[in-house]
Design a protein around this ligand. Structure first.
Ligand code: AMP
Length: 243
């Protein structure tokens, strides 16, 4: 006998209760849907460990990493006119002009793998970049890795890269296996003088973005002056709050 419940098995529900439950389900699905397709911004000074933590976020969310620094370095390596122009800014520790960066991002977001949102690493770095991004993508959260300047200088000046594997080492904190030591290189913009310029650029042009995103309720601050594992745990818990 049908007592008004679905299939006669569940306790009877009146019509209004079905409507309330249905509305709740639709709202929840929409919220999840929105955040799943949204992008994440990884924010912080140069050398805060964004690149290292990006790998973890890619594993957790499946979103592709979009690093403007890597894209620019690839253009420099290719020797393209844009790469050559960008190199002068990069070597001096200055930000590459907004129009160049915004053009790069617009192109990248048209690729198929960007449909569900991406992980931005090193972008946006100015308020005009963030304003342009707002027009072309949904940002679900901004994870800010916070590290004091002196710790940054120690980290960056000792940083070395293995050109064959792309692995990043540090002469003090993460020494490479002895057999790889001979082939390690230092990025040309990883000298103390350039690091100080990059930190200046960060404080004057990029740091104001933290308030900009905080006003929009998107900023999650993480203590970055800790071990890679500890920072990784904080990043994981930030991601699980959003996705
Ligand atoms: P990164 O590897 O993210 O530290 O970037 C290396 C350099 O590339 C920076 O010091 C800037 O000169 C340039 N760069 C990377 N991303 C941006 C950006 N979003 N806006 C302006 N310049 C950038």
């Amino acid at each position: 006998m049908d007592n008004g419940s679905v299939g006669g098995l569940w306790p009877p529900l009146v019509r209004t209760e079905y409507v309330i439950i249905l509305r709740h389900c639709l709202k929840t699905t929409k919220r999840l849907g929105e955040s799943m397709v949204g992008s994440i911004v990884l924010f912080g000074p140069p050398g805060a460990g964004k690149g290292t933590q990006a790998g973890r976020i890619v594993e957790l969310t499946g979103k592709p990493q979009v690093s403007t620094g890597d894209m620019l370095r690839a253009a420099v390596k290719l020797g393209s006119p844009m790469g050559m122009a960008a190199k002068e800014y990069m070597d001096a520790g200055l930000l590459v002009p907004d129009e160049v960066i915004i053009g790069l991002i617009q192109e990248r977001l048209q690729e198929d793998d960007a449909g569900q949102g991406v992980l931005f690493d090193g972008f946006p770095r100015t308020i005009p970049q963030a304003e342009s991004l707002e027009k072309i993508a949904i940002v679900s959260s901004v994870i800010s890795i916070e590290v004091p300047d002196d710790a940054i200088v120690d980290r960056i000046v000792g940083r070395r890269m293995d050109p064959e594997t792309g692995e990043i080492y540090h002469i003090q904190f993460k020494p490479a296996p002895p057999e790889f030591e001979g082939r390690l290189i230092q990025r040309p913009d990883d000298t103390e003088e350039t690091v100080r310029s990059r930190l200046d650029a960060y404080h004057t042009q990029t740091a104001p973005l933290a308030d900009w995103y905080s006003e929009r309720g998107l900023l999650i601050r993480i203590e970055g002056n800790a071990s890679i594992e500890q920072v990784g745990k904080s990043v994981e818990s930030a991601i699980s709050r959003v996705f």
